[in-house]
Design a protein around this ligand. Structure first.
Ligand code: PHE
Ligand code: ZN
Length: 867
């Protein structure tokens, strides 16, 4: 029997329906920091106001500290009390000034939430609930306050002192310390608070907004990294101009600062006027950053900048509305990136990302709607569902309403809710009001989890020239949600003639809103093939009756590049599933389609970046996701078999693709990026073919590369194999970049993603490497995170990978619960595997769940995974 007295209380579940408006507001906040890594004093002066008729006391959230002093209207009081970590202060009137003082220790803050130390500097991270670790405050996004911040610190150790808003004044104290004061005129929730103190160099520039405001831009990094900030600065200016042009949104302060830190739980943070970034999303030069890194930097810089409107000027009422700012802002940054290069390739990359991260989440134990109904720890809800599916939902609204009405809805939303904390419902209502559309049923995208499945079959009557497309939809059950209602699925469709290759219809937007429907096409004069869900207009799974020949036909002829890519993927996927299930498959159709596509690159009909995406096989994980139960070894064998066959049968073409553009000096243009991508894909296929010279070709590329894309591409190929070149390349790479943490992350990650048989053992050994540490989230993700998504290695027979991951998660949880919890999902997928794997995975989950003292972050993930 469980002893009720000693059993630890389960962490409480918070529910969306329990939302209540705040009882007290805080119009103004004055903060005074005496900064010191081991003992920082924080004095807070809050003007508080009673909201509505009630006699409830003021309740201020806190975490990890105790009040050293509390006063009301200038008089010290002692009738305050602590309820758990909440500071409760009885107040008699309707408006008071409440002051508190606390002491915190940033250098012992390993969670990286609140005020913490990174690389000798001090910085903050407050979203979602980190501000309460700095001072007592109603730490909820619907309490908006204007902040005045004063910082005092040792002038030699912390010469730079930054906070939100505009700088007001600064000075020396004559005792070796100095101070600075900042003021942010825009009311904001506490999660957008930020300060930075440290020894930092700055890349300064400026931007003039369309109404003529001069904005001073600064990117702060350690001095040695200054030359690596140009790309981010350029991306920032492009973002500022893009948001004016595309959304009519202008920047609103005189300064916009970015600070890069090495220790960061997420990618970056949109603190008002003072964005704080994981350094991996700022620092780039050709020698240390890949093309992928460059693109990610531009996307994240844009994302955080765009939050200034979608997130900061209009924020979220409560954390259940997180997708209001995140889904919309991801949609906005995707649009920005699409406008910088090839929109089709960008869409392909985004859909690949959605399928890699969000579809499995939606199909597993952690599935949740983009507006969740409940949570234990909000940090666990910064998910691919909230972000990426959230962006897809916004995209569908834009598709349904059309660009003008969508923009009008966006303008109305920003206008009406500026300076307030809004809800997802507010956003949808603005879209309805501006367009006249009825989005009642569309709203189910906000409340139902799960990836809808669409069935499609096409009938053609040659005599009447009529074709009928029969569509059906089903929204699968997810934990806590069964028997779901149909959703509105905007499907772009077009028919092509299988004989002439000509389009037989215009592109049409079909709104599938019933469980099933039929669409009729007239004057269909030859056997049609349907191009479906073009541009991935709805984030669904399509199950169609198209044959391998139909798919190969579309891969060759479709005029929508995304649909072309998609047809090829489906063809590959069907082939890989057959091979996995039956042990062998006919590769001919895939080989022919890949050959055609490569010829399209040679002839110049297709651009290299597109071809490189189109000829890549679906990942092992994605193939596994299609199966009733995943057999990781069978999937691996099937995929390697197809890779080998493609490599061998098209060897001449791969060599030709590889030689095209070889020796061109590095430049960062869409064309040069595409050429590098295709060359590296070709190198991978050459190696897969077993060509005798593959390791030498890769080594030559590794040695001669004048950029990281080619160097890492070669390293990846070598690391997948067994050769002297492999060992040499790993050594050279390590020694060359021993002092660059971001590049060492690549060194760890490349090995953790290796397709070698012994990867699980090699990864376990790497965890003992002197440069490995769980304390740095990037490093932890590079090894532990990458291993978790390496399907075959993680599922190595016997369960050693599961045990190792669980050990790492428990160790990491003690330091940094947020980051630990994020790395759990690979273990949680146990239901997708046959015994003995399922049982071994479950046993590790149970071991984690049974470990006393685990964080509520990890508890929520593990308990939901076991349910
Ligand atoms: N709000 C950040 C973003 O999406 C992400 C983030 C969340 C960063 C929580 C830190 C902590 O831009
Ligand atoms: Zn964001």
């Amino acid at each position: 029997m469980l002893d009720a007295l000693s059993a630890p209380a389960l962490p409480p579940v918070l529910r969306r329906e329990d939302y209540r408006a705040p009882e007290w507001t805080v119009p103004e906040t004055d903060l005074d920091f005496a900064l010191d890594p081991s003992a920082t004093r924080v004095r807070a002066r809050l003007s508080v106001r009673r909201s509505g008729a009630h006699d409830a006391p003021l309740r201020l959230d806190g975490a990890g500290q105790v009040p050293l002093a509390v006063s009301v209207d200038g008089v010290a009081i002692n009738d305050w009390r602590l309820e758990g970590e909440t500071l409760v202060i009885p107040l008699s009137g309707d408006a008071h000034v409440v002051e508190t003082e606390v002491e915190i220790a940033p250098d012992r803050n390993t969670q990286l939430m609140g005020l913490y130390a990174s690389g000798g500097n001090l910085c903050t991270q407050c979203e979602a609930e980190g501000f309460r670790r700095i001072t007592y405050f109603p730490d909820r996004p619907d309490v908006l306050s204007t902040y005045r911040v004063r910082m005092t610190a040792d002038a030699a150790r912390f010469p730079v002192l930054l906070a939100n808003g505009d700088p007001v004044a600064r000075g020396e104290n004559g005792d070796g310390t100095h101070w600075a004061e900042w003021h942010d005129p825009f009311p904001k929730p506490s999660y957008l608070f930020a300060l930075v103190a440290g020894k930092l160099a700055v890349n300064r520039s400026s931007f003039t907004t369309r109404s003529g405001r001069e904005v001073e831009l600064g990117i702060y990094v350690r001095a040695a990294d200054l030359p690596r900030t140009e790309h981010a600065m350029h991306a920032l200016k492009l973002s500022m101009a893009w948001d004016e042009r595309v959304y009519g949104r202008e920047y609103d302060l005189d300064v916009f600062n970015i600070v890069a830190v090495d220790d960061f739980n997420f990618g970056a943070m949109e603190n008002k006027g003072l964005n704080i970034f994981n350094s991996r999303y700022i620092l780039a030069d050709p020698d240390t950053a890949t093309d992928y890194d460059y693109d990610a930097i531009a996307a994240v810089v844009a994302h955080e900048y765009f939050h200034n409107w979608s997130g900061n000027r209009v924020t979220c009422r409560d954390w259940f509305q997180l997708s209001l700012k995140e889904g919309f802002t991801v949609y906005r940054d995707q649009g920005f990136s699409a406008d910088q290069g090839s929109a089709a390739v960008k869409r392909i990359e985004d859909v690949r990302g959605l399928r890699a991260a969000q579809f499995p989440e939606d199909a597993g134990p952690l599935a949740h709607p983009i507006r969740p109904e409940s949570y234990i720890e909000i940090s666990n809800f910064y998910t691919a569902t909230i972000y990426n599916k959230g962006a897809e939902v916004i995209r569908m609204m834009a598709t349904i309403l059309g660009p003008e009405a969508f923009r009008a809805g966006s303008d109305l939303y920003f206008d009406r809710f500026d300076g307030t904390a809004a809800t997802c419902e507010d956003f949808v209502a603005c879209m309805e009001e501006a367009s006249g559309a009825d989005l009642t049923q569309f709203r189910r995208w906000y409340s139902q989890a799960g990836t809808p499945r669409v069935s499609a079959s096409l009938e053609h009557h040659a005599g009447s020239g009529r074709a009928t497309l029969n569509l059906g939809q089903k929204v699968p059950d997810t934990p806590g949600q069964t028997g779901k209602a149909p959703q509105v699925l905007p499907l772009k469709v077009r028919l092509f003639g299988s004989e002439t290759g000509r389009p037989l219809s215009e592109e049409q937007l079909v709104l599938l809103s019933e469980p099933s429907m039929s669409v009729t096409f007239e004057t269909v004069t030859e056997r049609p093939v349907v191009s479906l869900n073009r541009g991935f207009s709805a984030p669904v799974v399509i199950e169609s009756d198209r044959t391998a020949a139909d798919l190969a036909f579309l891969a060759r002829t479709d005029d929508d590049p995304f649909a072309r890519y998609e047809a090829m993927q489906q063809l590959m996927l069907d082939t890989l599933i057959a091979a996995t299930v039956e042990g062998r498959a006919d590769h001919d159709a895939v080989v022919a389609a890949v050959a055609d596509t490569l010829d399209g690159a040679t002839s110049g009909e297709l651009d290299a970046a597109f071809v490189a995406e189109a000829v890549l096989l679906p990942s092992e994980a994605f193939v596994g996701d299609q199966l009733a139960l995943v057999d990781p070894d069978a999937v691996f064998r099937a995929r390697e078999g197809l890779r080998r066959d493609l490599g061998r049968r098209l060897e001449a073409r791969w060599r030709q693709a590889y030689d095209t553009g070889a020796g061109e000096p590095y430049s960062y243009t869409p064309e040069a990026k595409g050429a590098r991508r295709l060359r590296n894909v070709a190198l991978g296929y050459l190696a897969a073919s077993g060509a005798a010279d593959a390791a030498q070709v890769a080594w030559r590329q590794f040695e001669r590369a004048d950029n990281m894309t080619d160097r890492q591409g070669a390293l990846t190929t070598l690391v997948n194999g067994v050769s002297d070149e492999r060992e040499a390349a790993l050594d050279v790479f390590y020694n060359r970049y021993a002092d660059n943490g971001l590049v060492l992350d690549k060194w760890f990650q490349t090995q953790a993603l290796s397709s070698r048989d012994d990867t699980a053992a090699l990864v376990a050994a790497l965890a003992q490497h002197p440069d490995f540490t769980l304390a740095n989230p990037n490093r932890a993700r590079a090894l532990v995170g990458a291993f978790g998504v390496n399907q075959r290695a993680f599922h190595t027979e016997g369960g050693a990978g599961y045990r190792w991951l669980a050990d790492q998660l428990l160790a990491l949880d003690a330091l940094n619960p947020q980051t630990a919890a994020k790395l759990l999902p690979p273990l949680g997928r146990w239901r997708r595997f046959a015994p003995p794997r399922a049982a071994l995975m479950r046993a590790e989950l149970e071991r984690i769940a049974g470990t006393p003292g685990i964080s509520k972050d990890l508890f929520e993930q593990v308990s939901k995974s076991l349910e």
